[in-house]
Design a protein around this ligand. Structure first.
Ligand SMILES: Cc1cc2nc3c(=O)[nH]c(=O)nc-3n(C[C@H](O)[C@H](O)[C@H](O)COP(=O)(O)OP(=O)(O)OC[C@H]3O[C@@H](n4cnc5c(N)ncnc54)[C@H](O)[C@@H]3O)c2cc1C
Length: 401
């Protein structure tokens, strides 16, 4: 990144780095260095520390607690925070519902929800996808029927990340099943997860962990004042939200951190009687990834600084490049971290093999997490809009095919 940063941006990066070094709780950093996902309490505690500093609501206007950073400063912060490694800001709160309420919410919605979202007093989740409505989101069927000053919601959502942790969910519902265009019959509701009639059922993913859920709505009563923007205009809100979702999606800091972890582990792991770090094939793989990360970093810098000069406020279709290449690299770097561990990466054997080979326990623990990370991040090319859909956007909007 040094290649293109101005002296002021470099000074800002150093300030961010120093703040994270001095304020990130040590146990959180150590767990994350071993490859564990942050626990709910780690994410809440860290976001509150950042919020106290004025660094949580990073893309919001100052009036609502934003730090007044440029797009490049936000990119630097996100990357340094990922590379630390520190828990990421909860994107449902910071990049999704916050900007939506600032753009479309009523004054009452803004003052009730924004300060709590910044401080993670409320944990939000995203109820968009349904069985049969993912890439083709406008096919969604969850229905909301107006009865007086309430909507009655019936239907179900799927792949709802962290719904089991959530206090609130922003949900797309169908309010007019007879609209001429499917997109014209959708509304955007804020739903309290404690409302009677909501059932959250876990989906355990390939890494053996519980990140995902199905959410069922059975005659759930939602007050009309919890609708954001006009009835049947929820698609405008959803499009705005999905444009923001791609911010920071390259997750380069996370890739950088995974390569650093693999290099560190490769000093202890032995291969053909020598430390793996001295193996020519391993070194070549690391160098190739580092070159690719540098190239993506420069591209990201170009896209972000060009985006900052645009005045139409619409998402740059080039951010799809960042999603595609960023997630490919995330998958390649987590694969490197797993391969570095060799047979230790097989969780059922990790502890036993480590004992037999007299490897440090920490290595076995990190190896086990590396496998989980690798397996879960196969999903990175699916969530946030699949990579195939991103390629469709690029072929239409950039290549004009
Ligand atoms: C880990 C994870 C977390 C998620 N978290 C959330 C969440 O919190 N909230 C939420 O609402 N959703 C969430 N999702 C859902 C996610 O948004 C959808 O999985 C995604 O949009 C794809 O939809 P789908 O699964 O229905 O697949 P489909 O849309 O059925 O796609 C199946 C395949 O067909 C391809 N395809 C589909 N249409 C086209 C096309 N037009 N051209 C070319 N190829 C196409 C896709 O690329 C994919 O490979 C999450 C998903 C995952 C995996």
């Amino acid at each position: 990144m040094d290649l293109r940063l101005t002296p002021e941006e470099r000074a800002f990066r150093d300030e961010v780095r120093a703040f994270i070094r001095d304020n990130l709780p040590t146990d959180t950093r150590e767990r994350m260095r071993l490859g564990y996902s942050p626990r709910k309490q780690d994410t809440v505690a860290w976001q509150r520390i950042l919020n106290k500093k004025g660094w949580a609501a990073i893309s919001w206007p100052k009036e609502w607690g934003g730090p007044g950073w440029s797009a490049v400063q936000r990119m630097i912060f996100i990357e340094e925070n990922q590379a630390a490694p520190a828990p990421e800001l909860l994107s449902f709160n910071i990049t999704m519902i916050g900007p939506v309420l600032i753009q479309f919410g009523t004054e009452a919605q803004k003052s009730r929800f924004l300060p709590r979202a910044a401080n993670l007093d409320d944990w939000w989740c995203q109820g968009f996808s349904e069985p049969g409505a993912g890439s083709d989101l406008a096919a969604l069927k969850t229905a909301a029927k107006r009865e007086g000053d309430h909507y009655i919601v019936n239907g179900s959502k799927i792949w709802t990340s962290t719904a089991h942790n959530a206090d609130w969910c922003f949900v797309l519902v169908r309010t007019n099943p007879n609209a001429a265009k499917r997109q014209e019959g959708i509304s955007f509701l804020l739903v309290d997860m404690k409302t009677p009639g909501i059932t959250v059922r876990p989906i355990v993913s390939i890494d053996g962990a519980h990140h995902l859920n199905e959410v069922f709505f059975d005659d759930v009563k939602v007050p009309v004042e919890m609708r954001v923007y006009e009835e049947n205009r929820g698609w405008d809100v959803a499009k705005f939200l999905l444009g923001n979702e791609r911010t920071g999606i390259a997750r380069l800091g996370k890739s950088r951190e995974r390569v650093a972890a693999a290099k560190e582990a490769a000093r202890s792991v032995r291969f053909n009687g020598r430390p793996l770090i001295e193996d020519a094939a391993f070194r070549q793989r690391v160098v190739q990834l580092e070159v690719d990360m540098k190239a993506l970093q420069i591209t990201q810098y170009r896209v972000v600084s060009a985006g900052a000069k645009k005045s139409d406020g619409r998402p740059d279709p080039l951010s799809s490049v960042l999603k595609v290449k960023g997630t490919e690299l995330l998958q390649a770097t987590t694969e490197l971290a797993m391969d570095t561990a060799g047979p230790l990466a097989m969780p059922i054997w990790a502890q036993e093999l480590a004992e037999m080979a007299n490897e440090p326990d920490m290595l076995a623990e990190a190896a086990e997490q590396a496998t989980g990370n690798y397996l879960f991040l196969r999903a990175a090319s699916i969530y946030g809009g699949t990579n195939e859909i991103q390629k469709n956007i690029l072929s239409k909007a950039v290549l004009r095919l």
